[in-house]
Design a protein around this ligand. Structure first.
Ligand SMILES: [Zn+2]
Length: 104
C-alpha cells in the first residue's frame, strides 16, 4: 500500500526524493490510522523500499491470474508472474511474504 501511495505522490508532485517519501509515508500512516491499525512499515523501511524500487531491484508486477499489482523482486517473466496468493510456494512458512506484497 505504501508503494502505491508513493507512486501516486511522486507522479503528482515535483518534490525531491526525500520529501516525496516523507509525504507518502505521512499519507500511509494516516490511512493506516483511519483503519485503526498500527503502521507496519517504519519510515526507514519505507525509504529502503523506495530505494530498492529506484534501483529496479523491486518493481510492480501484475499477477497473471488475479490481476493484482504486487511489489516484487524484479521479475524476468513478468507476463507469467503469479502472486503468492494464486501460486503459494510448496513450503510457505507462516507469515512468509510469498510472491510479493499485496497492495491494497
Ligand atoms: Zn494473483
Amino acid at each position: 500500500m505504501f508503494a502505491n501511495i508513493h507512486r501516486y505522490v511522486s507522479k503528482t508532485s515535483a518534490l525531491e526524493d526525500i520529501d516525496t517519501v516523507m509525504k507518502a509515508y505521512k499519507l500511509y500512516v494516516e490511512q493506516i490510522d483511519s483503519c485503526g491499525m498500527e503502521p507496519i512499515l517504519t519510515l526507514t523501511r519505507a525509504w529502503r523500499l523506495v530505494k530498492f524500487m529506484d534501483n529496479h531491484m523491486l518493481s510492480f508486477t501484475k499477477c497473471s491470474k488475479c490481476g493484482g499489482h504486487f511489489v516484487t523482486v524484479a521479475y524476468e517473466n513478468s507476463r507469467y508472474y503469479e502472486c503468492g496468493l494464486c501460486a503459494p510456494p510448496a513450503r510457505a512458512g507462516k507469515g512468509a511474504v510469498a510472491g510479493g506484497i499485496l497492495l491494497h
